[in-house]
Every structure is written in C-alpha cells, then in structure tokens.
Design a protein around this ligand. Structure first.
Ligand code: C2E
Ligand code: MG
Ligand code: MG
Ligand code: MG
Length: 277
C-alpha cells in the first residue's frame, strides 16, 4: 500500500495521527490541570456487615467535577490517567483526600471504621509508592490499621515478585489489602495463598442476576467458599435487591456494598443520610 501511493498514504496517516494526538493531548492537558485546580472530589459508599448491618467501611470513589462537562465518572478518565501515568499524582491526591475525610469522621466520632481506597496497578508498581503514601498518612495521623487498599488481580500480573513484596511491606505497616472485582481477572489463583490479603470483593457482574441465574449462584458460592477456606473476608459488590442480600446471607457471605443500602455520595450527603436513618 505504502509503495503504490506513498504520499497519499503518508498524508492520510499523518492527518489521522495528528488528529488523534491532538484529541488525546487536549484531554491529557485538561486532566493535568484538573489535578492542579483541585477539580476532583470523592464520593463514599458504605460497606455493610451482612449479619449486624453495621457499617464496617467506606469506599472512596473519585469523580471529576469538570467545569464544562459536569460530574464525570471514573470510567471516563482513570484508564487514560493510567496510560499517561497521571494516575500517580492523582492517586496521591485521592489518598490524601480520603485520609483527611477519615480523620474528620474519626475526630467527630461519626465513623471509626475502615476507609477503602482504590489503588491502580500503576501506583503499586511505582518505586516509591509506599514512601509517598506513608508520608501523607503520618502527616494526617490516621492509623494504617484503618486503611484498606483495593487492588485488582491484574496488579500481580506484570511483575508478581515486586508487587508481592510491595503488598507484604504494606501489610507489615498495618494496611489491609482487598482484591476488587474478584473473578474478572485472568490471573491464576495461586497468588491468593502467597499474598497477604484480607478480603475478596465479588465482582458486581456475578451479583447482578442473583438469585435467579444458576451460573452466578455457583460462582458466588464458590468465591465465598474459597474465601472461607483461605480465611479471607468476602464482600459482595453491587447488591441492589433484598433477594440478592438474602441469597448472600444464606450462603455465608460476610459483607456487602451496593445501592440497596446506599449509593456513593458526597461526605455531606452521606452524613445527613446516615443521621436520618
Ligand atoms: P469499583 O472499585 O469496583 O467500584 C464499584 C463501582 O460500582 C462504583 O462505580 C460504584 O458506584 C458502583 N456501584 C456500587 N454499588 C452499585 C450497585 O448496587 N449497582 C451498580 N450498578 N453499581 C454500583 P464508580 O464510582 O463509577 O467507579 C468505577 C470504577 O472506577 C471503580 O470500580 C474503580 O475501579 C475505579 N475507581 C473509582 N475511584 C477510583 C480511585 O479513586 N482510584 C482508582 N485507581 N480507581 C478508581
Ligand atoms: Mg473498589
Ligand atoms: Mg469492584
Ligand atoms: Mg466492579
């Protein structure tokens, strides 16, 4: 092709490339400025013990308060932030905000449980990740014992040795580690016995069609049994109905998170929601 119409193809290639690059770089620039301009906010979603109904944790979920586009879901920018490594400064910013909120809630005696924070594998693989979060944590004065880091199975796939060292160090410092979206990754199960884990979060896709779907019944039961055997807590994500909740209780699941109890909300909204209930 390039041989028959060199110029034409080259020009076509160039123009589609530049167009692509321009779109990307505008987005990347926006993202970079958004970090500098403090346009990111955190919403929080309670995690509930299925037996006591007590709130055991709050998961911090980032949103981008875009000046033009409005409130953007993390699905619109996390992947690109990972590709450009902007997730490193953004991730630290999220960590700091979440800890500041946890500290306020502890001081007000409003909530003393676990603050759960999503950590990208790009962050886990970053050389000085632990140093950086530890500096923030010590400054804000929140115990590592009340922090849970949510990682995904893919975090162990690029460099299993290094990631497991990092997780081991985090565990030694008192952090809890949970596996988010469990069951959707392509990693082997052997890492489960090697890593210092506390919790498996059953991915929402396996909960959605419960209790009706036979396959999802089998998968969620198997994950709960696996968690029990390995002495890990099991939390179900995306619980929306009483029927799903009943199924999970009947099958020995420990905890849940989902719209049935509460959607992710701003700290303020969550405070008034919990005061009313
Ligand atoms: P995730 O960590 O698995 O978070 C759960 C997602 O499910 C959240 O979407 C939450 O709003 C949604 N969800 C919770 N309960 C229900 C329910 O009952 N039904 C339905 N349909 N959805 C429910 P969200 O907030 O849009 O976050 C999407 C993903 O973006 C997260 O999935 C996580 O992978 C990523 N993410 C969010 N915040 C951060 C962050 O601070 N850092 C990083 N690295 N990733 C983040
Ligand atoms: Mg999560
Ligand atoms: Mg998840
Ligand atoms: Mg999920």
């Amino acid at each position: 092709e390039a041989k028959t119409h060199p110029t034409k193809n080259y020009l076509f290639y160039m123009s589609s490339m530049t167009e692509h690059l321009l779109t990307i770089s505008k987005f990347d620039n926006d993202l970079k400025h958004a970090i500098e301009n403090d346009e990111f906010i955190l919403h929080y979603q309670p995690q509930i013990n299925l037996h006591s109904n007590a709130i055991i944790g709050m998961e911090a979920l980032v949103r981008w308060q875009h000046p033009v586009k409005g409130l953007l879901s993390p699905y619109n920018f996390i992947a690109r932030a990972e590709e450009t490594r902007l997730i490193i400064p953004l991730g630290l910013f999220i960590f700091k905000k979440a800890l500041e909120q946890a500290k306020r809630w502890q001081d007000e005696n409003f909530f003393n449980g676990i603050i759960a924070i999503n950590i990208s594998n790009v962050q886990i693989e970053e050389e000085d990740f632990i140093e950086q979060i530890e500096a923030i944590r010590q400054k804000i004065e929140v115990s590592a014992l009340s922090i849970e880091l949510e990682v995904t199975e893919s975090s162990f796939m690029n460099n299993p040795m290094q990631s497991s060292k990092t997780l081991q160090k985090l565990e030694n410092l008192g952090y809890k580690i949970s596996i988010d979206d469990f069951g959707t990754g392509y990693s082997s199960l052997s890492y489960l016995k090697q890593l210092p884990l506390h919790k498996l979060k059953i991915d929402r896709s396996f909960i959605r069609d419960l209790p009706r779907d036979r396959d999802d019944q089998a998968i969620s039961k198997a994950i709960i049994a696996l968690g029990k055997t390995l002495e890990l807590e099991v939390l179900a994500e995306g619980v929306e109905t009483e029927e799903q909740k009943a199924f999970l209780i009947d099958n020995g699941c420990d905890s849940m998170q989902g719209f049935l109890f509460a959607k992710p909300m701003s700290a303020e909204a969550l405070e008034s929601f919990l005061h009313q209930n």
